[in-house]
Design a protein around this ligand. Sequence first.
Ligand code: F7E
Length: 332
Amino acid sequence: MSRKRVLITGVNGQDGSYLAEELLARDYEVFGLVRRVGLEAPEHRLERLLPLLDRIHLQPASLESYAGIFNAVAKIRPDECYHLAAASFVSYEFDDEFSTLTTNINGTHYLLASLKDLVPQCRFYFAGTSEMFGSAEEMPQNEQTRFRPRSIYGISKVAGFELVRNYRERYGMHASSGILFNHESPRRGHEFVTRKITSGVARILAGTATELRLGNLDAERDWGFAKEYVDAMWRMLQQPIPDDYVIATGKLNSVRDFVRIAFQCAGLDWEKYVVTDPNFFRSGESVALCGDATKARQVLGWEPKKQFEEMIREMVETDCLAAGVALPAATL
Ligand code: F7E
C-alpha cells in the first residue's frame, strides 16, 4: 500500500513541527506549505524543522493566493490536510485587524475550496481556538458553548470554523475543527507569555538580563502541552465521522503561577525580577477561558497527561541550555 500523503500548513510553527514528526513516525509522506521567503533562509525561518528537512517536502505557496493554494493541492493531492497556518498572536492593535481577518479567513476558504474541487475525499483539520469563546457565558466551555469572540483573531477563527462546518454539511467533506485552548512547549514562539517568561528566566540566570517586563499577572489560562494537542488533531481525522472537539486540560492557572514556578526552577525569587508594564496589558481581553474536553476523552480516547509544573521545567531547561547556563542542582 502506498504511503498516506499529508499536507500541513503552518508546518514550521510549534504545532506544525510536532505534527510533522508524529506523522513521519506514522509513516506518512509529509508535505509542508511554507512561504517562499522561508526557503531562502531555512536556518532562521524554518528553525523548528531543521532536523526533519531531509524527510519532508516543502511546497512554497502563500495562503493569500487562491491560485497558489490550488496549484499546491493539485500537485500534492493529499489524503489528509491540517490547516494550522494563521496570524495567531492575539493582538488588540487596530492596525493588525485588517490583515489578520483577511489572511485567516481567505486562507481557510481557499484551502477548503481547492480540496473540494480537487480531492474531495481528503480529510481536513482546522485549527480552531478558545479565543472563539471570548467573553463566554459559561465555564468551563464545551462544544455547545456559544461563541462570543472579543478579538479580531477570535472572529477570524469563528468565520473559519463556520466555513469548515458549511463545507462538511453542504459538500459532505470529512472536515473537523479542534477548539484548542492554549498549548505550550519549548518550541513556543517568543511573543507568547509562557516562552517570554521561560526565556526571560534563562537570560536572568545567564546574567544577560536583570528584569522581566510583563502585563497582567492575574490573567488566567488553561495551559496544556502542545505535543499532546497535535495527537488530538490526528485522532480527529481517524474518526469515521467528522466533528468538532474541545481540547483542553480543564485546569486554570494565572500568569503569576507560571512566573513563580518558572523562577523557582532556576532557584530565583520572581518578585525581585518581574516588573509589570502597562504596555503589555490588553484592554477588554477574553475572560479566563477553561475547557471541558469530555467529548474528546470519550470519542477520541484523548486526555492531557503532562503536568503544568513538568512542562514549565522542560521549557526553562531548554531555554537555559540555549543560553549556556545550567539550572542550579538544588532545584532539580
Ligand atoms: O497570552 C497575558 C495575556 O499571548 C496569555 C495563542 O496561541 O492561545 C494563545 O493566545 C495571557 C493573556 O496567549 C503578557 O494578556 C500577561 O491573558 O501567551 P499569550 P493568548 O493570547 O492566550 C490561544 C488559545 C490562541 O489560539 C492564540 O493563537 O497572558 N499576558 N503579560 C501576556 N501575554 C503576552 N503575550 N505578553 C505579556 O507580557
